[in-house]
Design a protein around this ligand. Structure first.
Ligand SMILES: Cc1cc2nc3c(=O)[nH]c(=O)nc-3n(C[C@H](O)[C@H](O)[C@H](O)COP(=O)(O)O)c2cc1C
Length: 206
């Protein structure tokens, strides 16, 4: 467990899309503040969707053996997570959702296999969510934020901050908004500083 390490997960199918560009900025900011950041690009991984067989009820381990185990270990041993996903039909991308669902094995472990009380707030880890959508509706991120909050909770993580950008459609369009890029950079930096200053967080599943 390294409370100062941050995992950055790229959830868009586009390698140089808007959320990837924003997350890269956040990564650079965190590194500048001295954090060790590990980047994971979901589209490069072999990840099956959850098959709802619930063999995780035995011990909280997912029985589908693919790249999930590696991601799980990396995420659970880090103090912070930066997750970026575009909005697809008012939800996260399919790549991101597959990962979220696979972590249900951890929910099962915490609630059914080894039930335990929630960690004290100071011991919870910190998560940053970055997203972008093409339209400008007020409710664009509403459903997604709800599922991200619950997902982070499964990871014993607070949604520390979210960066949500409307009106971004084409690949790399965010480059036309230096203020967004700057905000992402500064937020990454801030996350690293917060982790450095905070109470050591607890390993939840090592
Ligand atoms: C399958 C699909 C579904 C989408 N659904 C929405 C949507 O519901 N609302 C929206 O505002 N934009 C939607 N978009 C547009 C993307 O959110 C937008 O282009 C975003 O900037 C893509 O981010 P990325 O470059 O990081 O992938 C959709 C795009 C795709 C490909």
């Amino acid at each position: 467990m390294d409370p100062h390490r941050i995992v950055a997960i790229y959830g868009s199918p586009r390698r140089r899309g808007n959320t990837a560009t924003l997350l890269k900025q956040a990564v650079a900011g965190a590194q500048e503040a001295g954090a060790r950041v590990e980047e994971i690009v979901l589209r490069d991984l072999k990840l099956s969707p959850c098959l709802e067989i619930y063999s995780c009820k035995q011990d909280g381990e997912c029985r589908i053996h693919d790249d999930f185990q590696k991601v799980r270990e990396r995420v659970l041993s880090a103090g912070g997570l930066m997750l970026a996903s575009p909005i697809f039909y008012y939800a996260v991308s399919a790549h991101t959702k597959i990962l979220m669902d696979r972590f249900h094995s951890l929910w099962v472990k915490k609630h059914w296999v080894h039930p335990r009380r929630d960690l004290a707030p100071a011991a919870r880890r910190k998560g940053l969510f970055i997203s972008a959508g093409a339209t400008r509706g007020q409710r664009l991120f509403e459903g997604t934020l709800l599922s991200i909050r619950y997902f982070f909770d499964t990871l014993d993580m607070d949604l520390w901050k979210s960066l949500l950008y409307r009106g971004l459609e084409n690949e790399g369009e965010v480059q036309e908004h230096p203020d967004y890029l700057k905000e992402a950079y500064q937020t990454g930096r801030q996350l690293a500083e917060t982790l450095n200053a905070g109470t050591p967080v607890t390993a939840i599943d090592s």
